[in-house]
Design a binder for this molecule. Sequence first.
Ligand code: PGA
Length: 290
Amino acid sequence: MEITADSTSGSVNRPEAEPPIILLPLVPSAFNAVLDMRKPIIAANWKLNKGPSDTEDFIRGFESKLADFPKGVDIVLAPPFVSLVKATELLSQSRVRVSAQNMSEQDNGAYTGEISAFMLKEIFVQYVILGHSERRSIYGETDAIINAKVLKAHEVELKPIFCIGETLQEREDGKLEKVLRTQITDGLKDVTEKQMLDTVIAYEPVWAIGTGVTASPQQAQDAHAFVRSVITDLYGISVSEKVRIQYGGSVKPGNAAELLGQKDIDGALVGGAALEVSSFADLIKNGVPE
Ligand code: PGA
């Protein structure tokens, strides 16, 4: 017999005609566990693509397909800074959320070219991608800088999409777990338990980003399980089982179902395949069955 948790009333419904069954006692923690299943989150990282007019074109096309999408998935678009206002205006009544791709750890002052967390809040941005491997490798962002940004994002209640991942060399040298543990421990230093629950982790093996090479579902699952075990070490199991961990790196409509079907993969951070409405829409539909 199916038992459903009604998230609006908080009650548990079951059909009346069937014989009584023994339910697990719904002590508060068990009840919360029922309600707090990890909702998948799929985010489009547009990188250095789509100014305001391309952003508007995409959103108008995408919104027209939204009715077909499964309800049980959070959808996020991350345009470049100059397109964020356009995106938040167009999506103000939508279920689709808007993310920045980066931000400064500073509040204001003599930091030419930077954008603060407060500025992003002011234009109704809700997420921010931090620590993407391109920020790490091209712009020299260290775990300490990324940590300062993560803490700043939480200070203003922006949700970080915190990216981690190993290079091919690191994987081949057997350093996968060491690299991930360091990135997590240093990048999330001083993040509280409550803030951790509002942090999305994106595991993106660097060798799979933009290359067309995807981690196999098993490789991805193994890395995700390890990431979750590190979160367990740091925050305990009741937090780690609620933290959403996205996979990123050449996710496409054709491989989304298999990747997102893995036990510890709770969504995707998508670059190339999120640039066209049709491929991003197909990826969401394939990745999250109704
Ligand atoms: P990709 O990019 O999907 O083009 O590999 C993913 C990312 O960089 O977040």
